[in-house]
Design a protein around this ligand. Structure first.
Ligand code: FPP
Length: 258
């Protein structure tokens, strides 16, 4: 597994942030409540959520982050009222229309992860264009999880491997964690070091279930549209206090046990 490889070496990160989480994943939650508190329709909460996303994508590289995965639309969000689903479907366009040129220029590689099934032809085109125009970039990686579900991601990977076995291209024993990783929607990224969820809710909601195996979690009491670089910096500061052992023990404790 790439987990240990994902640990930053001293001085690897940019700027003054020491031992930053290289991959941060965010459940962008609280748009609806933000709007409700202001007596606004939920749609305006989602639009304010796009503005928060812009701020965070700009701030993340300076905080030492190299991969950012954001949860934009889950496989369960289809069950929302049709008008809200329509608004959510319009968000990638709203984001890329204003920001794609800058992302391209600033070395950001965009990937839209999740199923394209059920998305309009226009939306698929917008997502593919964002990916194609930034395909040569490597300074920072932005994964937009859209029509994404952790269970569906795992099922798809399992199905691909089962098909390879059925076709005689693989044997059941060939399946390793690394091979399974390579079949997931996030194959191009290391696993997340830190998963952040604002809005006060404390759950994963079917986000990156396999990938979260050794992630640290930070839950913050702020609604996503109000999320700022300072909130992200605070989440990182909290991450830096965590002792990541990956199921092992620290050497001193090992000696004590012996
Ligand atoms: C959850 O909040 C948020 C969403 C379902 C949408 C997230 C999308 C954005 C933040 C905009 C950026 C998106 C892209 C793809 C560019 P909620 O509506 O469940 O809020 P609530 O829990 O307060 O009701």
């Amino acid at each position: 597994m790439a987990v240990q490889e994902n640990m930053p070496s001293k001085g690897e990160a940019s700027g003054a942030v020491e031992r930053p989480p290289l991959h941060v994943a965010i459940v962008m939650d609280g748009n609806g409540r933000w709007a409700k508190r202001r007596g606004l329709p939920r749609t305006l909460g989602h639009r304010a959520g796009v503005e928060a996303l812009k701020r965070i994508v700009e701030a993340a590289p300076d905080l030492g982050i190299r991969w950012l995965t954001v949860f934009g639309f889950s496989t369960e969000n289809w069950s929302r009222p049709a008008a809200e689903v329509a608004e959510l479907m319009a968000l990638p366009k709203r984001y890329f229309e204003t920001d794609l040129a800058r992302l391209e220029r600033e070395g950001v590689r965009v990937r839209v992860i999740g199923s394209r099934t059920g998305l309009s032809r226009d939306l698929v085109k917008i997502c593919s264009e964002a990916e194609a125009r930034t395909a040569g970039n490597d300074r920072f990686h932005l994964n937009v999880a859209f029509n994404y579900g952790g269970k569906a991601d795992i099922l798809d990977a399992a199905r691909k491997f089962a098909e390879a076995v059925a076709a005689g291209r693989a044997r059941p024993d060939d399946l390793t964690e690394a091979l399974f990783d390579s079949q997931l929607a996030t194959a191009a990224s290391p696993p997340p070091d830190l998963i952040v969820r604002p809005s006060g809710e404390q759950r994963l909601s079917n986000f990156m279930l396999w990938q979260a195996a050794y992630a640290e979690f930070v839950f913050q009491d702020v609604l996503w549209p109000d999320y700022s670089a300072q909130h992200l910096a605070a989440a990182i500061a909290e991450f830096q206090t965590r002792d990541r052992r990956y199921g092992a023990v620290v050497p001193d404790d090992a000696l004590a046990a012996g």
